[in-house]
Design a protein around this ligand. Structure first.
Ligand code: CTP
Length: 403
């Protein structure tokens, strides 16, 4: 593992400065980040330019500092800025900018970049104690946390008003440590190639009909996102899904189980971790009609053939250092069936979903899982959002040091 003091080398850090007296400390922060080898860009709200000048920050960051959405002759591409960064750190975060973040207002460059940022956003609030303890501020902080933003703690001490209390911005040195720890945690899967399958497969009957299932692909996508956020190179092989594929990963779209099998086989050799979260059809129509099947007799009999069992085939050729993870969706005898599948398919982990658990399974945003390993150890988890479930799965399958 890379020691924390090298964690910021070549990291792209976008600092958003909003209007607070603590803005003067950002000059020190930028200086320290550059010394750590980070690539730093700074954007400012118009109000913050009264506390520290763009010239100071552009000189220290060695990059142009932008503070408006457009000049007479050019437009600041806020979307590209938010995509450029590995992390956006809004420091100091004023009460006003916090409120705008909580409510989706974007009347300046900083808030427009925030709304279009695809990277993690960290904030370091700075305000007087009474503002910090105001019910609206508390609510807004909770709101931006619920959006996935990370909030650095504020300190107790002397404030701009001359009073003492809570609301002081974290010191630049602390922000550096926070960023180092953040990158260390989020690079645990750096250099790993991870393939995740998601969604249903559709098996055509004729040009207008198919056999499918209700899988939405949400669990597979949450897993793909979690692995990407931990620094892995992620390939998502997905069946027909309505979900948007998150940015920052590769994807292959397939329709049928056979197509999914072909795509999986092609990439398996170079994969460190392979997670089969897709609900693959077990049977496909033996003879697909080239024309629409017309309604004739009272009964229509279709002959179905077994599709390839992708997980089982991967289990048969898997190398010792590769980690193979499957899902088992069960309606009865859950544990026995999950363990049976784990062994039969030579997977390292099997993640059990029971259709009997409320709020778990196809289509929901939540899930309740139990993970089994080869030694039949069983890790049970509560009902959680699919995002949290994805973190539990990744933590569990990587904890034994296989990766
Ligand atoms: N799976 C697969 N290829 C298939 C069917 C399933 O790779 N043709 C994978 C799934 O992606 C999942 C695991 O096998 O990771 C178990 O899938 P599941 O549908 O629960 O079980 P099946 O093996 O299909 O058995 P059954 O339908 O009888 O429960």
């Amino acid at each position: 593992m890379i020691p924390p003091f090298f964690m910021l080398t070549n990291k792209k850090i976008l600092i958003g400065v909003s209007g607070s007296i603590a803005a003067y400390k950002i000059a020190v922060l930028v200086r320290l980040l550059v010394k750590e080898g980070a690539i730093v860009k700074v954007i400012m709200t118009p109000a913050s330019t009264a506390f520290v000048t763009p010239l100071t920050l552009s000189t220290l960051s060695k990059n142009e500092v932008l503070h408006s959405l457009a000049t007479d002759s050019s437009w600041a591409n806020h979307v590209l800025l938010g995509r450029w960064a590995d992390v956006m750190l809004i420091a100091p975060l004023s009460c006003n900018t916090l409120a705008k973040m909580a409510h989706g207002l974007c009347d300046n460059l900083l808030t427009a970049v925030y709304l279009s940022a695809t990277c993690k956003v960290l904030v370091a609030p700075a305000m007087d104690e009474d503002m910090w303890h105001h019910a609206t501020t508390k609510e807004n902080i909770e709101k931006i946390k619920s959006f996935g933003n990370l909030v650095l703690p504020v300190h107790h001490g002397e404030l701009a008003s001359g009073l003492r209390g809570e609301g002081r911005m974290a010191e630049p040195e602390e922000m550096i440590t926070y960023l180092q720890n953040y990158f260390q945690q989020h690079t645990t899967l750096a250099g790993k190639q991870i393939v995740i399958t998601a969604g249903p497969t559709y098996e055509p009957i004729d040009p207008v009909r198919f056999i499918g299932n209700h899988s939405s692909g949400k669990m597979g996508i949450a897993l793909a996102e979690e692995c990407k956020n931990r620094g892995a190179t992620v390939l998502l092989i997905h069946g027909p899904i309505k979900q948007q594929i998150p940015v920052g990963m590769h994807s292959i779209s397939v329709q049928t189980a056979q197509q999914m099998y072909d795509a999986c086989m092609k990439v398996f050799e170079n994969t460190d971790i392979f997670i089969m979260a897709a609900a693959v059809a077990d049977y496909a129509v033996a003879e697909i009609s080239e024309t629409k099947i017309k309604k004739k007799e009272d009964e229509l009999i279709l002959t179905l053939h077994k599709t390839p069992d992708i997980l089982k085939q991967l289990g048969a050729i898997k190398k010792k250092e590769q980690l193979l993870v499957g899902f088992a969706l069960e309606t009865d005898h859950e544990k026995e069936n999950a363990i049976k599948k784990l062994k039969l398919k030579n997977a390292d982990y099997m993640i059990l979903n029971s259709m009997r658990d409320k709020g778990a399974g196809f289509g929901y945003d939540s899930n309740k899982i139990t993970i089994f390993d080869k030694a039949e150890n069983c890790f049970e988890f509560a009902l959680k959002s699919k995002k949290e479930v994805a973190a539990d799965i990744v933590n569990t399958i990587t904890q034994k040091g296989h990766v």
